[in-house]
Design a protein around this ligand. Structure first.
Ligand code: ZN
Length: 145
């Protein structure tokens, strides 16, 4: 296991990039929109890990509601796992509150699932399993979700 990325809620990715990219010199890996989650995402490389800048596409999206309540800042941390379904099953047996009972497709075509902060020491925790984003996987996961 390792830290995959840290998610940071921003009001605007372009504005946030002034600091992270222009001033501090991090590299932009890519930007994408995840319509299902109502969010625009930019991944910045930071050594072994990444920063994930999040910008809501609407006020009533999860990140939009987070900004409304708490303002910009650290939104979640993401841990990379080899078998996300096994980790979810393990968490379930401990009674952990899972936001996603089954994995869904996140940024970069990864399988992701969120654990509620009430079960993770006040931290919104994301589990990430990297996978080859084959068309077949993609379709299967969509259907599962
Ligand atoms: Zn994330």
């Amino acid at each position: 296991m390792q830290l995959d990325h840290i998610g940071i809620a921003t009001r605007g990715i372009d504005e946030a990039m002034e600091l992270w990219i222009k001033t501090l010199g991090l590299g932009l890996e890519h930007t994408e929109e995840i319509a299902e989650q109502g969010v625009r995402v930019s991944m910045l490389s930071l050594g072994e890990t990444q920063l994930e800048l999040l910008e809501p596409l609407s006020a009533d999206s999860p990140v939009g509601r987070f900004l409304e309540k708490r303002g910009p800042g650290i939104h979640h941390i993401a841990i990379r796992v080899d078998d996300i379904r096994a980790e979810l099953a393990k968490l379930k047996t401990t009674g952990a509150r899972l936001i996603d009972e089954t994995p869904r497709i996140g940024a970069r075509g990864c399988l992701v699932a969120f654990v509620h902060p009430s079960s993770a020491g006040g931290v919104l925790l994301e589990l990430v399993q990297h996978q080859l984003a084959t068309a077949e996987n993609f379709i299967n996961e969509r259907n599962l979700f």
